[in-house]
Design a protein around this ligand. Structure first.
Ligand code: PRX
Length: 564
């Protein structure tokens, strides 16, 4: 029987999770060990941990014992070539089994694992590897070329491992790293990391500057374990699917750590979106819990109810969503076709775990994000003063009291950037919302210029910097423009250098230039050529005016901006 939200709140303490996980304060704590060795010790060695499948239908099952052995072998190998605890080690590949198991391997040798989305182009990759001072990249043949092209500009990068590189033409310092062929390390000891040892470094975009490295620690497992258990409602016999890529935080917090800390079997589909293939995959594996995102749901809706009814999806017990506002229509549609609603969950790279959510069994108000997870103190505040704005109809910025286990400990090499996120003792999420009399949070919008496309945050600064590298571009601004499926997509405003004339060919050329340098997500879906861009007196481009125009919103008072 489902335990109610009110019951969960009663006497809540995070130590509940520590007890379940057998964590004692002061003892070593390692996520890699918790997600594999511990489960084998608990008798789950033969239980499937990962059922992996690719777009051709080729499938492979890894037990928790396989995950334990292979992650040990990867960890031992990384140490054997001279990599050290604390080194940043990047995983840059599609959703291969090596990504999930390698993630634990890096943690087991005490490294800081830096997963990066495999669709990133050279510039996006370089910015993040350079900022982190990454010592090694683990990649695959398909993506190694991008690493090759930037490695001269990355003096700290000493190793490039290619998981499918055996028998292939590799160029030093590349070496093949075949997980299954590695020797079984006798007596390998997991590095004795502690609760506060850095674990995962996820890069996330803000309004200003290049992306920031959000620094998680091993203690995050406490929140990730409990939220996966209570919000995703994971139970021992579940077959769980999180369709997020581990290049983003959902794919690690709830695509690796949360479910495996719970000893739950997960399925992974290493393929792009295809409604029919997704339904077939869920029906074939009898998926019971599915964690998805509004853009994916809208894409499924677009393909119609006829298609979904062709598959037996009766195994589905619980559905959750994250990353963008879950529109009421999507909740209603899911109720119609799956017989159950999607439960919205709100959180961020920086929070590491779900912080506001619709609990299983809680009344779902379509369009609302639900209520704070027990142990999370959340409200909405005036971002300038940090004073709560919770009166009827008031909108404020979502604010959290610091101190939950998976809160990041800072931005990599950027303490000032992190300090700026706090006002009056609150951590500010940068999202505007209101709270109704029942304590439900209603999302209103971002409080900054970050673009949320299909649930992925894209920073305007990164796009604008890349645009300026194009020979024709004199000035640029990147803003969000509304989109039916992705909620928002990137639109660029470009002023050309003398001698260049705007036309369709140039627009296409610039779009592709960004796709290649950054990623398909960051690629502007349209470019508007303008003579000049709105600026403050000090010459800073005011994106807010352009964005407001795109959304048909009032521009508001810009006199303060003009005085900058
Ligand atoms: O703007 C909010 C939006 O995604 C941001 C966090 O993005 P990221 O750090 O990449 O992490 C994404 C996955 C946790 C938030 O600041 N967001 C996330 N969940 C929701 C949401 N917006 C509306 N509703 C949500 N449920």
């Amino acid at each position: 029987m489902t335990v109610t939200y009110a019951e969960r709140l009663q006497g809540f303490d995070w130590s509940l999770a520590e007890k379940d996980l057998g964590i004692r304060r002061g003892d070593p704590l390692n996520i890699g060990w918790h997600c594999s060795d511990r489960l084998c010790e608990l008798g789950l060695a033969r239980k499937p941990a990962l059922i992996w499948e690719d777009h051709t239908g080729e499938s492979h099952t890894y037990t928790f014992d396989d995950v334990r052995r292979y992650s040990d072998a990867i960890a031992a190998h990384l140490l054997s070539v001279g990599l050290k605890p604390g080194d940043r080690i990047c995983l840059f590949m599609d959703r291969l089994a090596e990504l999930y198991i390698g993630f634990l391997g890096v943690l087991k040798m005490g490294g800081i694992v830096q997963p990066l989305f495999s669709a990133f182009g050279e510039d996006s990759l370089w910015t993040r590897l350079d900022n982190a001072g990454t010592a090694a990249v683990i990649t695959q043949m398909k993506h190694v070329k991008k690493v090759r092209r930037i490695k001269e500009r990355l003096p700290q990068l000493r190793h490039i491992f290619v998981v499918d590189g055996a028998g292939q033409a590799l160029k030093a310092p590349e070496t093949a790293l075949a997980m299954r062929e590695l020797p079984r390390p006798a007596g390998f000891k997991v590095h004795p990391t502690t609760a506060e040892t850095p674990s995962v470094l996820h890069y996330t975009s803000g309004t200003t500057g290049q992306p920031k490295g959000a620094q998680h620690v091993h203690y995050s497992i406490v929140s990730q374990y409990l939220t996966a258990k209570w919000v995703l409602d994971l139970r021992p016999d579940d077959i769980y699917w999180c369709n997020a890529d581990p290049g983003w935080v959902t794919g690690t917090s709830y695509g690796i750590i949360g479910p495996w800390a719970n000893g739950v079997t997960q399925v992974v589909l290493d393929a792009g979106f295809n409604a029919e293939a997704w339904y077939r995959f869920m029906a074939k594996h009898r998926v019971t819990v599915w964690y998805s995102a509004p853009t994916a749901i809208r894409l499924l809706m677009r393909d119609g109810n006829e298609l979904v009814r062709r598959f037996d999806l009766s195994s589905l017990r619980h559905l959750c969503s994250v990353g963008e506002p879950l529109n009421a229509e999507a909740v209603i549609w899911s109720q119609e076709v799956f017989g159950k609603p999607f439960h919205d969950t709100f959180w961020q790279t920086e929070t590491g775990c779900i912080v506001i959510t619709n609990f299983p069994g809680m009344k779902v108000k379509p369009g609302s994000m639900g209520r704070p997870f027990p142990g999370i103190t959340a409200t909405v505040v005036d971002p300038a003063t940090g004073e709560p704005r919770t009166g009827p109809g008031q909108v404020g910025v979502i604010a959290l009291r610091p101190g939950w286990p998976s809160q990041i400990r800072g931005y990599w090499n950027n303490p000032e950037g992190y300090r700026k996120k706090f006002v009056n003792g609150w951590y500010l999420c940068g999202d505007r919302a209101s709270i109704d009399p029942d304590g439900y949070f209603w999302f209103v919008g971002r409080d900054d210029d970050v673009i949320n496309t299909g649930g992925h945050l894209v920073g305007p600064f990164e796009i604008e910097s890349a645009l300026l590298e194009h020979p024709a571009v004199a000035e640029s601004a990147a803003v969000a423009t509304p989109d039916k499926v992705n909620m928002e997509v990137v639109k660029a405003f470009v002023a050309l250098k003398p001698g260049y004339e705007p036309d369709d060919d140039l627009e296409l050329e610039i779009m592709n230039f960004i796709r290649k340098k950054l990623s398909p997500l960051a690629m502007p879906q349209s470019i508007e050529f303008v003579d000049s861009l709105p600026k403050t007196r000090s010459g800073k481009i005011i994106r807010r005016i352009l964005r407001a125009q795109e959304f048909g919103e009032p521009v508001g008072d810009i006199s303060t901006l003009m005085n900058d």
